[in-house]
Design a protein around this ligand. Sequence first.
Ligand code: PNS
Length: 164
Amino acid sequence: MTNDTVAIYPGSFDPITNGHVDLVKRTLRVFDKVIVAIATNPDKDHSLFSVEERLRMIDEVFASLQGRVQADSFQGLLVEYAERQNSKVIIRGLRAVSDFEYEFQMAMMNRRLKPQLETLFMMTGESEFYTSSRLVKEVVSLGGNVSGLVPDNVLRKLQEKFKR
Ligand code: PNS
């Protein structure tokens, strides 16, 4: 039994961006550990990167943080996963106002499903405000430069995928 506080940071992370990395680092100021949890659904998976590729990229990014960040994947309900991990907190990042409605719906649904679980919102860092995995993929696929928006290992993987 450990008294470590563990926050779950769920998402698709296809791929992880510097916005996500910033959020994890700031979450570590408040919690002892963060589990970066990739939600998977084999029936509707349109991801660019496989779960294994995404897990590896996340592990590489946080390799220097002495095990305080763990990459994992799960199927099924997030609230059930959080319970299995003995976590009471879900972390989500908020960028622009446009994120709010979707995030609010999910937080309310999760609260209904498991009232003892809290969703905490963190503001994304200002330099990452306009970064999203979707836009990063689109820009690279069209030959644009996203360096500075994703970690270097992710940039290399993106360039390999799109042969740039
Ligand atoms: O990065 P994303 O795609 O915005 O993350 C969405 C995610 C993974 C947090 C959400 O789809 C999720 O929690 N999926 C797990 C299945 C689940 O619990 N669905 C009900 C959410 S209210």
